[in-house]
Design a protein around this ligand. Structure first.
Ligand code: GDP
Ligand code: MG
Length: 515
């Protein structure tokens, strides 16, 4: 009686190598041998072949499971469908036979066979779904290899299929013992020292939140606010570019570290209001400012040593309301040491800051100091957001932003400021042949003038083709699955000043909210 595994890979990152796969299968085989209680109920009643005089013998079928590796988005979708929680979990099991702690509860019959005509008799034990992206994060938290985490999750899933559970202490201990044994037997055992390290890691990962608060990223356009947010979260949630006014709304990103929950609010850069769109952007800034416990006022470390009106006003606002105020001198990687000191002197003489930190949002230099200081000043409190809810940027919003980023990068000066992107269709699909998850997106690029449309299209459609290809590549990379993108350019003159258009494009003041 053997365990056979069908493996389906539907995720892109991280990849499952052949050696990962071999180890997972070895761990599954071992766990199966340890956890299954063989008994007569597992024998199929002999099949009487009509007209044959052969004596019939009891038949022992093999067991097959289907192990699928899936993307976080798919895991979330399945959880929402099946369990009413839109969460990304590490592993899910769907049993197809009724087992209790390794013992089958109803005798097997011919109807349980996958293919009664086949030479090898097989019954289907169930499905296991694993999210490798999630497993990679856990492996990092626990301080062990991805390989070990994947084997652990697969074995855990298999034990569920065989009717083991961890609801009560007794059953949990039995399940855990089997898991440990199976992993040990395939060379994935842990030494007492490893166990201690693991316990420390677990404790750290599970430390309850005792401090929490909002931190607003403020400053002129282009100083690197969104780059810092992305660096802190280790993933891109806010588009960045070398052009001003890249960020149009308030973007939330949650970071947790050793019992502190930091909710960062990225904002558009401060600039004069010409259109209703600018007023929406100012509103996003003031909302972040009113909520924040800490203001991070960011300047470029290469700025001339002079305090300008924008910075003075922000600092004053913070002081008047008793907010904590940090000065961040970003792009330290580009500045000369003798540039930074005079700048610090000038700012600290005319304004008062709680902390002044030179850093680089690009290289990460100085960011550990920033995190330590933020932790020092944040108020005591429980978590504000669940860790699944780490951003207000949905995948569809992000896809639209990535397209807008390409427009920013490919087009000359004034055009991008009059461009908005509207996602008109966003559909999850599974490729029939490869079983790979894909996303099919249609979007409108809205521009302000007919002349801009011609420029966006380019000669013979060359420009829009580049924008489409590059956007598609970026969306695939960031959403971690293949993307099919269709783009249409449309003209809507004066959309930046018309409320219904602004609302339709997602820029509605009433919708600006922090939670
Ligand atoms: P924001 O408008 O303040 O959000 O600025 P962005 O985050 O969009 O960054 C503006 C530009 O500065 C982008 O091209 C970034 O790649 C670049 N940038 C941001 N931070 C740094 C940094 O620390 N070092 C360097 N070299 N470039 C940076
Ligand atoms: Mg920005």
């Amino acid at each position: 009686m053997k365990l056979k595994t069908t493996i389906i890979k539907r995720q892109r990152q991280p990849q499952i190598t052949d050696s990962n796969q071999a180890l997972i299968e070895a761990a599954l085989t071992r766990a199966f041998a340890l956890a299954l209680h063989p008994g007569p109920e597992l024998e199929l009643s002999p099949i009487q072949v009509a007209g044959s005089s052969e004596p019939t013998i009891p038949l022992m079928p093999d067991f097959r499971i289907c192990l699928s590796f899936i993307s976080p988005a798919r895991m979330k979708e399945i959880n929402a469908d099946q369990r009413d929680v839109a969460k990304v979990t590490d592993v899910l099991s769907f049993p197809s036979l009724n087992f209790h702690e390794g013992q089958i509860q109803e005798s097997l019959g011919v109807q349980d066979l996958l293919d009664p005509g086949a030479e090898d008799l097989e019954v289907f034990l169930g499905d296991i779904l694993i999210c490798p992206a999630r497993a990679a994060k856990q492996a990092e938290n626990y301080g062990h290899s991805l390989e070990r985490e994947l084997a652990f999750l697969a074995v855990h899933g298999l034990l569920h299929l065989l009717g083991y559970d961890h609801e009560e202490p007794g059953e949990e201990a039995r399940m855990r013992a089997l898991q440990t044994q199976a992993l040990e037997d395939v060379g994935l055992g842990v030494s007492p020292a490893d166990l201690e390290a693991l316990a420390d890691h677990r404790e750290e990962a599970e430390t309850p939140i005792r401090k929490a608060g909002f931190i607003a990223l403020l400053g002129r356009p282009n100083v690197g606010k969104s780059t810092l947010l992305n660096y802190l979260l280790g993933t891109e949630i806010a588009i960045t570019s070398y052009k001003p006014q890249t960020t149009r709304t308030m973007i939330r990103g949650v970071l947790e570290d050793k019992g502190t929950q930091m909710v960062f609010l990225d904002t558009p850069g401060i600039h004069p209001a010409k259109h209703s769109l600018d007023r929406y952007m100012s509103k996003a800034i003031s909302l972040a400012m009113s909520e924040a416990d800490i203001f991070l006022l960011m300047i470029d470390a290469r700025f001339k040593p002079r305090v300008e009106e924008e910075e003075r006003r922000l600092a004053q606002y913070a002081r008047d309301r008793g907010k904590i105020l940090f000065l961040l001198l970003n792009k330290a990687d580009l500045a000369q040491a003798d540039q930074v000191l005079p700048l610090i002197q000038t700012f600290s003489q005319s304004l008062s800051f709680d902390e002044i930190i030179p850093l680089s949002a690009k290289t990460g230099e100085g960011i550990d100091i920033l995190i330590d200081q933020i932790k020092k000043y944040l108020p005591k409190g429980e978590a504000i957001f669940s860790s699944e809810d780490y951003t207000n940027q949905t995948e569809a919003i992000l896809a639209g932003e990535l397209i807008r980023q390409q427009v920013l990068l490919q087009m000359q000066e004034e055009i991008p400021h009059g461009v908005a992107v509207k996602i008109t269709d966003f559909q999850e699909k599974t490729d029939a042949a490869s079983q790979e998850d894909q996303v099919h997106i249609s979007a409108d690029i809205i521009c302000d003038r007919p002349g801009h449309k011609a420029m966006l299209l380019g000669k013979g459609g060359a420009r829009i083709k580049t924008i489409r290809q590059k956007s598609q590549r970026e969306i695939s990379r960031i959403l971690d699955r293949k993307c099919h993108l269709s783009l249409y350019v449309r003209v809507k003159e004066g959309w930046r000043d018309r409320q219904p258009d602004l609302a339709d494009l997602g820029y509605r003041i009433q919708d600006l909210e922090i939670d």
